[in-house]
Each structure stands twice: as structure tokens, then as C-alpha cells.
Design a protein around this ligand. Sequence first.
Ligand SMILES: NC(=O)c1ccc[n+]([C@@H]2O[C@H](COP(=O)([O-])OP(=O)(O)OC[C@H]3O[C@@H](n4cnc5c(N)ncnc54)[C@H](O)[C@@H]3O)[C@@H](O)[C@H]2O)c1
Length: 413
Amino acid sequence: MKMHHVNSMPALCGSDSDDNSSKDSSTGRNSDATPSTMPTRHGSLVGLDHMVDEVTTGVEPHVGYKKVLVTGGAGFIGSHVAEFLLERGDDVVTVDEMNDYYDVRIKENNLQQLRAKYPEEGRLKIFKADICDEDVMSKIFEEEGPTWVCHMAARAGVRPSIQDPYVYIHSNIKGTTHLMELSAKHGVKNFVFASSSSVYGGSKSTFFSEDEVVDNPVSPYAASKKACELLAYTYHHLYNLNISGLRFFTVYGPRGRPDMAPFKFIDRVSRGVEIQQFGDGSSSRDYTFISDIVDGIVRALDRPHPYEVFNLGKGSGTSLKEFIDLVQKHTEKDAVIKVMPDQPGDVPYTCADVSKAHAMLGYKSKVAFEEGIRRTVKWYNGAYNAKELEVCPELQANGMGRAPSMVNLSQTC
Ligand SMILES: NC(=O)c1ccc[n+]([C@@H]2O[C@H](COP(=O)([O-])OP(=O)(O)OC[C@H]3O[C@@H](n4cnc5c(N)ncnc54)[C@H](O)[C@@H]3O)[C@@H](O)[C@H]2O)c1
């Protein structure tokens, strides 16, 4: 069988050393992926500063070394998670199919940055593969032996899922099911996956809580995430697999997705391109800075709850007007604003109720929205050197389809 690799071309040799913990006492889960050697790194202990605000969570955090499979590792959130785990001493195996939902060079750049920081094959292995590919994924589980899974790969985007639902069913539902099958078979200790706040799509609530019934998804994307949550319960029930589904609320920050509002606003305001403001700008949404999301994901990964769904957001809203004002302030440019009528069904204020994640994971967002925008603009100015931009605004990734190349990243790799 031919294995596809990205830039690292790792040889698929026998499994490295793996987790040095014995059976997880908190969950009773057993693992058939017994470590072959005792690791010398202290792994997850390095990241213990993320446990400072610890509260009673009911599940003891695992603090040993981990070998973690990060799917979607070339993407925005996955590449940050991989970087965090590597920094604290864990080993990471990434799998990403490198699809062209947005400019593939952005994903290649994310992987190149990871590889530059972690040149050793033993610490970071990078595979280019579809998570639905049974042969390749089985081989990765058998030969790499990850016993912790952080599943971030998915087709994202609400509107494109209406145009092409099948690819969402494939990557999101079939892909997640396939990974849970393999995880159950290979004794994975904790399976954490990305769900989405879009499951609340039909809700009229102001604070979205996990208690809410979310049986009315309004897009194939939202339905695919809800389906993953349901299947996750099934895999927990059938195989005792520990699974946590994480509902992210609009994530932004360095390396952010170009089809999302925070990137688009910063990019367009920086270039003097018009942005659209729906309504009077008072509608408010929850935006979460990437480091807070990574913190929440890793907290969930370290705590193998049997089956839970958690909201991960900032926990407070920001109005569209405030958003645009902050982008203007930090880009030092005036926005060209086109005021549009309110979109049908728009609700004035929505945000995540993060009390469950706080109580059970010790999660609390730390980055204020203004600070997040300041850091994102700083990154944008460095990565997207104005002289290198080759942007056609109409062709920019807009959540409505595939994005042609929008920037020349050659200077930033
Ligand atoms: N960014 C947000 O605001 C946000 C909000 C809610 C949920 N999420 C979820 O978080 C996760 C990560 O999102 P992101 O913003 O980093 O998106 P992203 O598009 O940057 O990353 C997802 C990665 O998954 C890969 N992928 C997709 N299908 C695959 C497949 N079949 N096999 C292998 N790789 C595949 C893509 O190539 C991409 O690199 C996704 O599951 C997404 O649905 C993100």
C-alpha cells in the first residue's frame, strides 16, 4: 500500500514509546496499546500552567506523556493544538488530506512551521491522507500507536455545506465514525473531537447551553456535527470509549481561516476593501481566541470523561460595531462599510454558556476580544506582507465555495 506523506515523509516503522501511564484509574478504561519503552520526557506536565485555575472536575487530569493523533493538523485549530502538545513534550501524529476548501498553501505553511520547530521524525509525523481511507488509517493506528485522539479534521463552513452536502457527510460523519471505530479497536484512552456552535442554529436562546435540545440543525454542516455527537455516544456506549465533543464558538487568531469574519474583516479593512455590516451593528456574537480554544481542547484531552459535550467559547458577546471599531483601531485604517438589512432570522445576542466546561474542565477564556484582535492584526501584518498580496476580493475564500489562491505565501514560509 502506498502511504502519502506531506513534507516530512516519515517511514512507517514500529511504534515509538507511548503513554507511560497504566490503566486509567479514573475511567477504568483499559488499553491494548501498551508502551514499548518508558519515555524520558515528562510530556503533559510541561503544560501544567493551563491547570492553574483548576476546579473540581470529577475526572483526574492525566499528566503523563502522550502520543496524540491530531486530525486536521494542517488546518487552523489542528495546527495550533499540535504545536501546543509538542511544546509541552507530547509526540504528535497529524493526518490531513490538504483539501482546497481554502488556499492549500496556507495549510502547507502551517505544516512547514510545525516541521521547522520540530524537525525530529520521532516527535512529529505528518501524513497526507483522507481520514476515511481505511487502509491508511489502520496502518497509522497500528504502526504509530497513538493512544490519545484529537479529531479536528472536518469540512467546515455552513453555506458551502448547503451547496455540496455529500462531502460533509463523507469527511464529517463517515470520517468521525471511522476514527471512532479505530480508536475503540486500538484502546484509545480519550477521543476528543470538534463539534460546533452551529448545532444551536435553530435556537432562539441568548446563552447556548449544552442542556438545550438541538434536534433542529439548519444546515448539512450543523447536522453532520450533531450526527457526530450522537454517534460518539453510541461508541461510548458500545465500546466504553471515552469521548468528549467540543462545540467551538467562532475561533479566530493567527493562522485563522480566511473564510471567517475575523480574518475577512482584518484583511479587507487593511486593504481598503468594503465590508458588509448587517443591521445597525448591535447584534452580538461570541468570538473565541485560538489560545483559549487550544486550552479547552487540551483540558478535555487530559480529562477522559466517559461521554460529554462541552461548549468552548469566550462566554461573552461582542457587537458587530465594536468588532469593526477594534479592527479599525488596530489596523489603523478606516473601514469602508456597506450597511445591509438584518438577515432574516438573525438574533440580536448569542453567546456560549461555558459554565459546564468551567466546572468539569476548569476552562475559562483568558483573552479579551480587543487583545485577540490586536494579536491577530499583528500576525496578519507579518504573515501577509502587503507587497505580497495578490488578492481579488471577489475570489477570496468566502464560505461559498473553494478559494483560489489569495496570497503569495512564499515570503512567509
Ligand atoms: N474555526 C472555527 O471557528 C470553528 C467553529 C466551530 C467548529 N469548528 C470545527 O473545528 C475543526 C477545525 O476547524 P478549523 O477552523 O481548523 O478548520 P480548517 O479547515 O482550517 O481545518 C480542518 C482541516 O481538516 C482537513 N480535512 C477535512 N476533511 C478531511 C478528511 N476527510 N481527511 C483528512 N483531513 C481532512 C482539512 O484539509 C483542514 O486542513 C473542524 O472540525 C471544524 O468543523 C471550527
